[in-house]
Write a protein that binds this ligand. Structure first.
Ligand SMILES: Cc1cc2nc3c(=O)[nH]c(=O)nc-3n(C[C@H](O)[C@H](O)[C@H](O)COP(=O)(O)O)c2cc1C
Length: 132
């Protein structure tokens, strides 16, 4: 967060609640996973439910792989997999599936949140795309 924002907020507790409010109210879907091998979901916002039909409660502890299906492009997922292994960033689009099975174009970005060199969690920003 920019220095001036931190200065105005004068404390970590407040800045965390600001970030929470941003995530809760974002028009884009936001997912946070842990940094284990399976990338288990530890947070999903309301826009995730609007996009996928899955409520935040029902995806907690699961992997975002639940969004994948037969038409999901394996090459895109392999690229994401490499980013996860190397602590890098990913941006791409692929066919994903809503809770009711409807396919849609997922356009998303995944970035690590690191403390020092260690990735603590992964953050994803997701929206529906129009062209693959
Ligand atoms: C934060 C985060 C968000 C993810 N979001 C999606 C997603 O929206 N759609 C998708 O197809 N895969 C998503 N994935 C990828 C899968 O969880 C998984 O990492 C990917 O399939 C590679 O693992 P695999 O090769 O074992 O399947 C996400 C991963 C992370 C870490």
């Amino acid at each position: 967060m920019a220095k001036s924002v931190e200065k105005v907020l004068e404390g970590a507790d407040v800045s965390l609640s600001v970030l929470k409010a941003l995530a809760e109210n974002s028009f884009d879907s936001i997912l946070i996973t842990d940094a284990t091998k399976d990338s288990k979901i530890i947070y999903a916002n309301k826009a995730f439910k609007k996009l996928t039909g899955f409520s935040p409660d029902e995806v907690l502890g699961k992997t975002p792989r639940i969004l994948q299906g037969p038409a999901t492009d394996n090459a895109v997922i392999a690229r994401l997999s490499t980013a996860l292994k190397t602590g890098g960033r990913f941006e791409g689009k692929a066919i994903n599936y809503k809770k009711d099975g409807t396919p849609f174009i997922m356009y998303w970005r995944v970035v690590p949140a690191k403390v020092g060199k260690n990735t603590k969690v992964w953050l994803a920003i997701q929206r529906e795309g129009t062209t693959i």
